[in-house]
Design a protein around this ligand. Structure first.
Ligand SMILES: Nc1ncnc2c1ncn2[C@@H]1O[C@H](COP(=O)(O)OP(=O)(O)OP(=O)(O)O)[C@@H](O)[C@H]1O
Length: 518
């Protein structure tokens, strides 16, 4: 570890939003040449703090020092000029451009857009062992490789301090190991890494120092050798954690979702979902494991009626869904936790109560039967039930522990994990027969994750059928009654959740030992 000035010092940082103090008197010192993790519950204030350090938001109070010098960061370009770079969780690469084009875009002044830039990219890639090829098209790269391009992009701009926001959320175990290898290499070369994560075992394996934030303020800074994952989680919540519920099988033989020979083609005629047949029964959670981009998204969109089938049938109970609009499918009893909560899950600029209605505008508690045009006379019909949806939104906020000052704030003002809890709460609220859950706990903290798992298990015991898609292999293995593996649009294998390990599942997902059961 370096004996020079800390790479970054944050002192007395306070940031207020209407009704919320997101950061309160935060103190953190990050030693140069180390990996420093920031952990905390959803809404604890981690992203706000990183946005402040990256110049995306101004603190109300406090100072920031970079290598011992106090700085004012008014924008990301100020941060970059000070050697601070950020790798966002949602990659910001243009698929149809090459790696080189993506890297130089907006930084043409540094090394041009041709041979010099290409040489520089190769140099950085070699120096840090990133394995990035400048002339590959981004659309040909897997998730791990895209992330390395994002890292390289930041290094190309001269970053010495890298901020990574939940970098492992989208990676399979093998890719996580590769990423951690890259981080160690960056550190050896004297760079500093600050990262946010909810995966405490990963934090313990890669970080040199861990800062815990609770309710907006720093409560402790620990070394990985000194704490267990459980102790870390307890520091985060400030109390002891509940023990997870025991599970026993609740699978019945009553089919809820039946897919028979379902094929979906993309615009070029390629089968993105290829002859998929499966059945999910009452009380069953069926998990689909797969590297992102192997047809999971299209499978879900086919069930929800967002993509037309090229062949095959989908039934909910005895009802054939073909030709039914998405809204009618929801009314027929399908709950839907989408992968992209910003595009399909939420109206970001609308208040929480309005988000409670979204997708459920035709059913109680959002509407009630009544008379239009006053107590006497008027027409019988369906009325918006203001009291109904407001109090139900309050209930979801309570039951799912959505941290918010009230239900009138916009969804955009919630932290990422709290947005997710709101969606899960809403989709569980209409007594669905089938729940399509794509990454239901992505971005939520360990406490909220186990609460969501308990809600799912409880609903499953009452007969809910769940199609679970997740990049979190512990979640898939721990929650599923049945596990199938998807590869290039085909269901290629089945695994026993009682015995398979995440590493074994990871290899099945990449096609090693295709078709075999574990
Ligand atoms: N633009 C904003 N307007 C109003 N409130 C905000 C805004 N951004 C964040 N907040 C609030 O500040 C608090 C901290 O949010 P922040 O996103 O920093 O949490 P986090 O620790 O990153 O959470 P998560 O793990 O869920 O991503 C939350 O209560 C959030 O609702």
């Amino acid at each position: 570890m370096s004996t020079t000035e800390p790479a970054v010092e944050l002192h007395g940082i306070t940031k207020r939003f209407p009704g919320v103090v997101a950061n309160h008197d935060i103190d953190i010192e990050v030693a140069a040449g180390t990996v420093h993790a920031i952990v905390g519950e959803n809404g604890a204030g981690k992203s706000t703090l990183m946005k402040i350090l990256y110049g995306m938001q101004r603190p109300d109070e406090g100072t920031i020092k970079v290598a011992g010098v106090e700085v004012a960061l008014h924008s990301p370009s100020d941060a970059i000029a000070r050697g601070i770079g950020m790798v966002h969780q949602h990659f910001m690469l243009a698929d149809n451009l090459s790696v080189l084009e993506n890297v130089v875009l907006g930084a043409e002044k540094l090394h041009g857009i041709g041979g010099r830039a290409r040489r520089r990219i190769r140099e950085i890639s070699d120096q840090y062992g990133l394995g990035v090829e400048p002339d590959r098209l981004v659309e040909q790269l897997g998730v791990g490789a895209r992330q390395r391009v994002e890292i390289l992009k930041v290094l190309y701009r001269g970053a010495k301090i890298l901020i990574l926001d939940e970098p492992t959320a989208v990676l399979v175990p093998q890719e996580v190991e590769e990423l951690f290898g890259n981080l160690r290499e960056l550190k050896r070369e004297g760079l500093t890494v600050i990262f946010i994560s909810h995966k405490l075992d990963e934090v313990l394996s890669v970080a040199d120092t861990i800062t815990v934030i609770r309710r907006g303020t720093t409560v402790d800074t620990v070394r990985p050798g000194d704490v267990t994952a459980r102790q870390l989680a307890e520091l985060m919540v400030g109390s002891e954690l509940p023990v997870p519920e025991l599970r026993e099988s609740t699978v019945t033989d009553v089919p809820v979702l039946t897919m028979d020979g379902v094929t979906v083609r993309d615009a070029t005629g390629r089968a993105v979902v290829d002859d998929v047949s499966l059945t999910i029964h009452e009380g069953e959670i069926l998990g689909i494991a797969g590297v992102e981009g192997n047809g999971q998204a299209e499978l879900v969109e086919a069930i929800m009626g967002m993509l037309p089938l090229d062949a095959g049938v989908i039934r909910l109970g005895d009802t054939e869904l073909t030709g039914m609009a998405t809204r009618r499918r929801r009314e027929a009893g399908i709950g839907f936790i989408p992968e992209d909560r910003h595009r399909h899950g939420l109206l970001l600029e609308s208040p929480l109560w309005e988000n409670r209605i979204l997708g459920h505008q035709t059913r109680p508690p959002n509407v009630k039967r009544g008379r239009r045009g006053g107590a006497t006379g008027g027409k019988a019909g369906v009325l918006i039930d203001r009291q109904g949806f407001r109090s139900d939104t309050e209930r979801i906020v309570r039951d799912y522990d959505v941290r918010t000052p009230n239900i009138d704030v916009t969804a955009a003002s919630l932290s990422g994990g709290n947005q997710q809890k709101l969606i899960v709460g809403r989709e569980m609220s209409n007594d669905p027969k089938l729940l399509i859950a794509a990454h239901p706990t992505r971005g939520v903290d360990v406490g909220a994750q186990s609460a969501i798992w308990d809600h799912l298990r409880h609903a499953r015991a009452e007969g809910l059928a769940v199609l679970l898609i997740s990049a979190d292999l512990d979640e898939l293995i721990g929650m599923s009654d049945t596990l199938r593996v998807i590869l290039r649009g085909r269901l290629v294998g089945e695994a026993d959740p009682a015995t398979i390990t995440p590493d074994q599942l990871g290899s099945l997902m990449t096609g090693a030992g295709e078709g075999s059961a574990a």
